[in-house]
Each structure stands twice: as C-alpha cells, then as structure tokens.
Design a protein around this ligand. Structure first.
Ligand code: SF4
Ligand code: SF4
Length: 99
C-alpha cells in the first residue's frame, strides 16, 4: 500500500527530537475534538490528554461512549477517523491498521 499523508506525518514525528515532536504535536492538537467528546472524561481533562490517534491510548478513559473523531478537522485533513477511531481506547491509528 502506498504511504499516505498520515503515515508520512507519523514518520516525520518519529524522526524528530523529543522537543520538536512535543512542539509539533502541540500545533496539531489544536484541531483535536476529543475534549468535547462524550467518551472524554474529567481525568483526561485534568491530565490534558488528547490527540490519541498520534499519542496512543488514554490512561483515563475506560469506557467507550461514542467517538467524535469522524468530525475532527485534523482527521479530515489526514483522512483518518472513519475506518479506525476510538483511539483513546483502541490505540494509535497506525497500530489499528495492523490488526
Ligand atoms: S482524530 Fe480523534 S484523536 Fe485524532 S485529533 Fe481528531 S479527535 Fe483527536
Ligand atoms: S479518540 Fe474518539 S472516543 Fe476517544 S476521546 Fe477522542 S473523539 Fe472521543
């Protein structure tokens, strides 16, 4: 399968220093709608979790109550969030593709 934009982004992030990666993720997370999702909870808010598609599973979310990833501008831009989602519970987009 050809490498898509999301895979390219993942490769870029993996090749960055910790600082640069953190900076880049901070830019990207502005578009993440997780904080307004019914599955997102108080613990996730308090620990500032988000952009699970890139960061992986949540340490807080334990129950799926619907997923807003299909409505997310970041997901639309990188064509993710429809086939795979619930990243907070199910893990990274890249890992879900391998299952
Ligand atoms: S796709 Fe989901 S996890 Fe990723 S940024 Fe959008 S809302 Fe957040
Ligand atoms: S990954 Fe999906 S289910 Fe989880 S908080 Fe974000 S929008 Fe909600």
């Amino acid at each position: 399968m050809p490498v898509d934009n999301f895979e390219e982004l993942t490769n870029q992030l993996n090749g960055m220093s910790e600082d640069k990666r953190r900076e880049k993720i901070k830019e990207l997370q502005v578009d993440c709608v997780c904080p307004i999702c019914p599955t997102y909870n108080k613990c996730a808010k308090e620990t500032e979790e988000n952009i699970f598609c890139i960061k992986g599973k949540s340490n807080c979310v334990k129950k799926e109550k619907g997923c807003m990833c299909p409505t997310c501008p970041f997901a639309a831009k990188f064509k993710i969030g429809v086939i795979y989602n619930f990243y907070c519970m199910r893990g990274l987009e890249i890992d879900q593709r391998k299952l």
